[in-house]
Design a protein around this ligand. Structure first.
Ligand code: PMP
Ligand code: GLU
Length: 402
């Protein structure tokens, strides 16, 4: 008799939602494999290649024999470079013992959740949030307590909302700024108010995901950990995927209290060990070398953002936000709910994104996965030609909805 997968699969997997970003990207790939001309604006991935000097550093590291296991929290050389970067860019003071390098910032989030949460513990999750936060918290046994803001508030929650969500079970507050999926950037003042709220509670940490730090079009990036009232209880996550176009290298890092870094390292030591050795050498180069290639990418992202806002704003029905960072636009699409082209009824954001994928061959991600039912996410990390064509097709497809 053969084993039935359903009965043998763990409750953890059965209760887990698949990553919506990865699922939509795969659906777009599958459709393309069937011969359709699909433009995928679903995955948050720079379309640029990793800068040459970083690739050269990896090749050199391979030649120098960086082909072995590294210490679990990362090569000392890289952790020192990360400390230099944190001080230089973020006014954060860390020693290498407070740093853990992981297989992407995604693993940093997972390490931290596993290191902090007991069953029933709560995380104040600021929404719209990045898809994986919600599921990682649940996998670690925690309960996300979602605090949310809509387009009218530029998708930014207030300190009062955070205060109201805190309970005796709260372990940490989690957010990203610049934000995936909205592109919103929290200001020094807004973060200061949130810091005051958290500082008033004993034992609550802040987990600040700053992976889009460099992709910020207006204000200076503010690290909440640089504010004295929360300096010793903030964990700052960052990585190489976005600012250095290194998604496939799988490298991210965290800096935080030494006890937490030790706990994350202990977990990582049983799960994955240290991240790949020659990649870590190249990552140190990325942080310490001239950042001009990054600034050039940011200039291109900014131009594309302006283009997308302009073109999408011309399509009736879209309420378009004005993101100040990252490479996403997060329009409110609730105007389309209840409409139909005669065959397809758009009941919600999922229907709308499926409609765009199948009718316009444009891949996007529906808002519910980010905690925003009325919205959708469009990544504009694509060429201007692709963006123009994608939005033209979207315009045509939605013009058929009545
Ligand atoms: N945090 C945020 C906010 C993200 O958008 C992403 C997306 N890639 C990650 C973390 C994870 O990045 P990576 O694992 O590629 O470093
Ligand atoms: N973070 C990117 C996104 O939001 C990459 C995919 C993922 O890891 O979720 O699309």
């Amino acid at each position: 008799m053969s084993i039935t997968t359903k009965s043998r699969t763990s409750d953890l997997v059965l209760n887990l939602n698949e990553s919506a970003t990865i699922k939509m990207a795969q659906m777009a790939r599958d459709l393309r494999a069937q011969g359709h001309d699909v433009i995928s604006l679903s995955l948050g991935e720079p379309d640029f290649d990793t800068p040459e000097h970083i690739k050269a550093a990896a090749k050199q590291a391979l030649d120098e024999g960086y082909t072995k296991y590294t210490p679990v929290p990362g090569l000392v050389e890289l952790r020192e470079a990360i400390c230099t970067k944190f001080k230089r860019d973020n006014q954060l003071e860390f020693s290498p013992k407070q740093i853990v390098v992981s297989n992407g910032a995604k693993q940093c989030v997972a390490n931290i959740a596993l290191a902090l949460l007991n069953p029933g513990d709560e995380v104040v999750l600021i929404a719209p949030y990045w898809v994986s936060y919600y599921e990682i918290i649940r996998m670690a046994g925690g309960t996300p307590v979602v605090v949310s803001a809509g387009i009218e508030a530029d998708y930014k929650v207030t300190a009062e909302q955070v205060a109201a969500a805190i309970s005796p079970r709260t372990k940490f507050v989690l957010y990203s700024s610049p934000c995936n999926p909205t592109g919103s950037v929290y200001s020094a003042e807004e973060l200061g108010a949130i810091a005051e709220v958290v500082a008033a509670h004993e034992d609550i940490l802040i987990v600040a995901d700053e992976i889009y730090e460099y992709i910020n079009f207006t204000e200076q990036h503010v690290s909440i950990g640089s504010l004295p009232q929360v300096a010793d209880r903030t964990v700052t996550i960052n990585g190489f995927s976005k600012g250095f176009a290194m998604t496939g290298w799988r490298l991210g890092y965290m800096g935080g209290p030494q006890w937490l870094a030790a706990a994350c390292s202990k977990i990582q030591g049983q799960f994955t060990s240290g991240a790949n050795a020659y990649g870590q050498k190249a990552a140190a180069t990325a942080l310490l070398a001239d950042l001009q290639p990054t600034y050039d990418m940011v200039t291109a992202f900014r131009q594309r953002r302006d283009l997308v806002i302009e073109l999408l704003g011309q399509i009736p029905g879209f309420r378009v936000n004005q993101p100040e960072g990252a490479f996403y636009i997060f329009p409110d699409i609730s105007n389309f709910f209840g409409k139909t082209d005669g065959e397809n009824l758009i009941k919600d954001a999922h229907d709308f994104c499926n409609y765009l994928l199948l009718q316009a061959h444009v891949g996007t991600v529906a808002g519910p996965a980010f905690g925003a039912d009325d919205c959708m996410r469009i990544s504009y990390a694509a060429s201007e030609t692709q963006l123009r064509e994608a939005i033209r097709r979207i315009g045509e497809a939605v013009a058929r909805l009545r």
